[in-house]
Design a protein around this ligand. Structure first.
Ligand SMILES: [Zn+2]
Length: 167
């Protein structure tokens, strides 16, 4: 709000409009978070599995092949917004996804995370981690330590789909 007290002389005019542009874009972003949800409005990746309550997506994340998300169908915010039964069902699919990723990719580690600070629509990240991935051993949201490797997993979506269907 200090911006409003600065009289836009020629010398500071561009600074003021720059600040205004920044605050406009924050307002736009906030409005977008409040009125639109990308997890409701778009597939958000390559579909691996879908049922009445959730979907499992293979996310296109550079440097992170096999990064999956398990997305609850309804737009709820927290695990405790679900009934105990639904929470158990969701977590069962998170574990199924973990099992599938381990079977197909044999990662050094799995990271499970649910954050939803940017998109407050309940979803879990299932992230296969390798010792030479861009952030290891830090979380993938930290600053990168190295470039992505050339590691590829041919036919990954199909193999994950098949593995997800195993009992
Ligand atoms: Zn949503």
């Amino acid at each position: 709000m200090i911006t409003l007290l600065v009289y836009p002389t020629a010398a500071n005019f561009s600074k003021v409009s720059e600040k205004q542009a920044v605050s406009d874009s924050i307002i736009k972003k906030t409005t977008k978070i409040m009125t639109k949800c990308e997890l409701c409005d778009s597939p958000a990746g390559e579909l691996l599995h879908e049922n009445d309550t959730l979907r499992v997506i293979l996310v296109d994340e550079p440097g992170y092949p096999g990064f999956c998300r398990v997305i609850w169908r309804d737009h709820v915010k927290e695990m405790t917004d679900l009934s105990r039964e639904d929470a158990a069902l969701l977590f069962d699919w998170v574990l199924r996804t973990e099992r599938a990723v381990r079977k197909v990719m044999s990662p050094d580690k799995i990271n499970l995370a649910t954050l939803g600070n940017m998109v407050p629509h309940l979803h879990w990240h299932v992230i296969p981690r390798f010792g030479d991935d861009p952030h290891f051993p830090a979380p993938i949201w930290a600053e990168a330590r190295r470039s992505p490797t050339e590691k590829t997993f041919p036919d990954l979506a199909r193999r994950l789909r098949d593995a997800l269907m195993e009992p």
